[in-house]
Design a protein around this ligand. Structure first.
Ligand code: GLY
Length: 379
C-alpha cells in the first residue's frame, strides 16, 4: 500500500486525497486551515467556453476534458454526502455592455468557432429575451450551453466527508517543510515531527512556492493572484437572474452566479498584490458597480458577505501537474482561475501517475512541471 501525504486541503488537495484513498492508498491531507481558502472564496464558475482565451489552447483542451468529468464527479460526491453540491449545467450567458465590450464578445465567439465549441451569438434583443433582468443598455452577447457553475463551499465539505469516510485522514496542521533525504521526498514536518510517506503531493495553491525544504529548481513558480468576491441574496421574488452571467462592462470583467439557495455571487477582481488578502472598499465598489450595470435589480439585494482569496497563478496560466525533479514528490498546483473546474481531472491524473499508469495526454501536454525551466542556449 502506498502512503501518501497531500499538502493542501483546498478543492484540489481534497479531490486528490479522495481519489487516492479510493484507489487503495493510505492518505493524509494536511492543511493549516480546512476551509479551503481560494476554494471557499471562489464563485465556482465551470466555464471552459466562456473563459477561454486565444493562445491557451492546451489549457482549453484540459478545461473541456475536466468539464466532462464534473457530472459524474458531483453525483458520486452527492451520493456519499447525501446532499446536493448545486451543480448547475444550464449554460452561461456572456454579455457585452457597450459596443467595445461586444467586440470582446465577438472575439471570444470567433475563438469558439475556430475550435468548434458550442456557442451561439445573440443580438441585444435575443440576450434580453433569455434573461429579462438584463439592463436595456446591454448590446449583445453569446450563449454557451455547456458551461455552468457549482458551489465550491459545498464541494469542499462534501469532499472532506467523502475522503474521511473512505478512510483518509484530513487533518489541520502547518506543514513546516517537505523532508527530502538523499534526493527523495520522505514525508513532511508538521509540528516538529517527521511524518513519513512514500509520496508527497504538493497541492498548496498560492502557498505552494513557500513550502520549505525543496531544492530551488523544484519549487513551482506559483504566485498569488488576488480576487475579491461579493455574496448577495435577492430579497424580492423574480430578482434573481435565471442564468450564470459573465459580462464585459466598459472593459472590465464581472460575473454573476445565482444559486438555487437564493445566493448570488458576484466576482471577481484580479490583482497582483502579494499575499495581502484584505477586502478593499474600491474592489467591492467596482464589482457592484459593474454587476448592477448589467443587472439593475441587484441594487435591491441584501449584501451578505465580502471575501478575498488568492488564486495560484503560473507564468502561462495553466497548472503544474506531475512528478517533480525530486523522487516521490508530485506537484498539483497553479490552477489559477480554474481550480474548481480542473479538480476532477487533476485528481484522476494524480491517481493515475501514482499508480504508475502515467498522466493522461491532455494533462501531460498542458501541465508539465519542467516546462518553465530555462533552456540552455549553445552558441
Ligand atoms: N474563474 C473565475 C476567477 O478566477 O475569478
Amino acid at each position: 500500500v502506498t502512503e501518501v501525504i497531500v499538502v493542501g486541503g483546498g478543492i484540489v488537495g481534497l479531490s486528490i486525497g479522495w481519489r487516492l484513498v479510493q484507489a487503495g492508498a493510505t492518505v493524509t491531507v494536511v492543511d493549516a486551515r480546512l476551509d479551503g481558502r481560494a476554494s471557499t472564496v471562489a464563485a465556482g464558475m465551470l466555464t471552459p467556453v466562456t473563459e477561454a482565451y486565444w493562445g491557451e489552447e492546451a489549457l482549453m483542451a484540459l478545461t473541456i476534458d475536466s468539464m466532462q468529468r464534473w457530472p459524474a464527479f458531483a453525483s458520486e460526491l452527492e451520493s456519499v454526502w447525501a446532499k446536493p453540491v448545486d451543480l448547475e449545467l444550464s449554460g452561461v450567458l456572456a454579455v457585452g455592455f457597450d459596443t467595445d465590450d461586444v467586440a470582446v464578445i465577438d472575439d471570444l465567439h470567433q475563438l469558439h468557432e475556430k475550435h468548434g465549441l458550442a456557442s451561439e451569438r445573440l443580438r441585444a434583443r435575443e440576450v434580453r429575451a433569455r434573461e429579462p433582468l438584463l439592463a436595456p443598455q446591454v448590446r449583445g452577447g453569446l450563449f454557451a450551453p455547456g458551461d455552468g457553475a457549482v458551489d465550491p463551499r459545498l464541494v469542499v465539505r462534501a469532499l472532506a466527508e467523502a475522503a474521511r469516510s473512505a478512510g483518509a485522514g484530513v487533518v489541520t496542521g502547518t506543514v513546516e517543510r517537505i523532508v527530502v533525504e538523499d534526493g527523495r521526498a520522505t514525508g513532511v514536518e508538521v509540528g516538529g515531527l517527521h511524518r513519513r510517506a512514500d509520496v508527497v503531493v504538493l497541492a498548496a495553491g498560492a502557498w505552494s512556492s513557500l513550502v520549505e525544504g525543496l531544492p530551488a529548481v523544484v519549487v513551482p513558480p506559483v504566485r498569488p493572484v488576488y480576487g475579491e468576491v461579493v455574496r448577495l441574496r435577492a430579497r424580492t421574488p423574480g430578482h434573481t437572474p435565471g442564468h450564470v452571467l459573465r459580462a464585459v462592462v466598459r472593459g472590465a470583467h464581472v460575473y454573476v452566479v445565482p444559486r438555487r439557495s437564493g445566493e448570488i455571487v458576484v466576482g471577481a477582481t484580479s490583482l497582483e498584490r502579494g499575499y495581502e488578502s484584505t477586502v478593499t472598499a474600491g474592489g467591492v465598489y467596482e464589482l457592484l458597480r459593474d454587476a448592477r450595470s448589467i443587472v439593475p435589480a441587484l441594487d435591491e439585494a441584501q449584501l451578505v458577505e465580502t471575501s478575498a482569496g488568492l488564486r495560484p497563478g503560473t507564468p502561462d496560466n495553466a497548472p503544474i501537474i506531475g512528478w517533480s525533479g525530486v523522487d516521490g514528490l508530485l506537484l498539483a498546483t497553479g490552477h489559477h482561475r480554474n481550480g474548481v473546474l480542473l479538480a476532477p481531472i487533476t485528481a484522476d491524473a494524480v491517481a493515475s501517475a501514482i499508480s504508475g499508469a502515467g498522466l493522461p495526454d491532455v494533462v501531460a501536454r498542458a501541465c508539465a512541471p519542467d516546462r518553465f525551466a530555462s533552456t540552455e542556449v549553445r552558441s
